[in-house]
Design a protein around this ligand. Structure first.
Ligand code: SAM
Length: 278
């Protein structure tokens, strides 16, 4: 079984997968807040600018950008998932944020309007079935010299939280997902050479790809939630009976114990910080 997202109807897939992100929004927001900040800092957003957040999910990165560009600017979150956009819109309303908009769109093909000063993304650009078309389309969405900044995952080997639970669960499941680095999926942009090729083919210049490590601590329960609920084991467990789930839970718990000290896990999120100019 591949971890790649290869369904024909991507928005139906992300409406399903997005429900887990909706359910775990508070944990994901806390865990990945430092990454949103690094992305937005690197984008060097100024008051009054227009910024587009691709694969915005529940909107955390869009909101961070909106604070920077202020009410005279515009922060647009684009996502293919209706479920996540509904939550993003609700949160924007509750926060009383001005200058924020959300659009349901497939970033590969949507004609974005108006031209943006910057495009940002936190983990929202690795899932395109045709990344060449997608990044060329996104380049057309920025003004000449506009910035692109995104965070994507480094390899599964660099991210123990991805590989350790799968290895522990494998003996109890008919198959576990295999991570691919040249197919749409969480590790779809893990290979920096491939990412550079895709961006340059799409007309992006001055491509920089740097390691970004985030050791934000999580509790053991949160680590288990990330492993069993948010991570790739979730679909693999969906059709299993309770006895199998319990065995997997025990095995994953045992495998993760060495990563926890005094109830706190420091599992590095090993990412790439990618930037370029249009
Ligand atoms: C891993 S989640 C990240 C969400 C958000 N950026 C965050 O960090 O909380 C990936 C997001 O990309 C969105 N996505 C996937 N393919 C997309 C596409 N072709 N166009 C727009 N959004 C897409 C998904 O719906 C999902 O919200």
């Amino acid at each position: 079984m591949s971890d790649a997202v290869l369904e024909k109807d991507m928005s139906a897939y992300w409406d399903r997968a997005g429900k887990v992100w909706v359910e775990q929004q508070a944990l994901l927001d806390r865990l990945y807040a430092p990454i949103a900040k690094v992305v937005v800092d690197r984008a060097d957003l100024r008051a009054g600018e227009r910024v587009l957040d691709i694969g915005c999910g529940a909107g955390a990165t869009t909101f961070e950008a909106a604070w920077r560009v202020g009410p005279q600017g515009l922060a647009v979150g684009a996502d293919i998932s209706g479920a996540l956009l509904q939550l993003a819109r609700q949160r924007a309303g509750e926060a009383g944020l001005e200058g924020v908009d959300f659009v349901q769109a497939d970033a590969q093909t949507h004609v974005f309007d108006p031209p943006f000063d910057a495009i940002i993304s936190r983990f929202g650009v690795m899932f395109f079935p045709d990344p060449f078309a997608a990044f060329e389309n996104l380049r057309r969405a920025v003004r000449p010299g506009g910035r692109l900044v995104f965070a994507s995952w480094r390899s599964a080997e660099d991210n123990a939280i991805a590989g350790v639970p799968l290895e522990a669960a494998a003996p109890f499941l008919p198959s576990v997902p295999v991570f691919e680095t040249d197919a749409p999926g969480r590790f779809g942009l893990a290979d920096p050479d491939r990412t550079r090729t895709i961006l340059e083919a799409g007309g992006w210049r001055n491509v920089r790809i740097e390691p970004l490590d985030d050791p934000t601590p999580v509790s053991f329960d949160e680590l288990l939630t990330m492993s069993l609920r948010v991570g790739p084991l979730n679909p693999a467990l969906a059709n299993q009976d309770e006895a199998v789930r319990e065995k997997v839970r025990e095995a994953v718990t045992r495998a993760l114990e060495p990563y926890v000290k005094d109830g706190v896990a420091r599992m590095n999120s090993a990412c790439w910080l990618v930037s370029a100019e249009g």
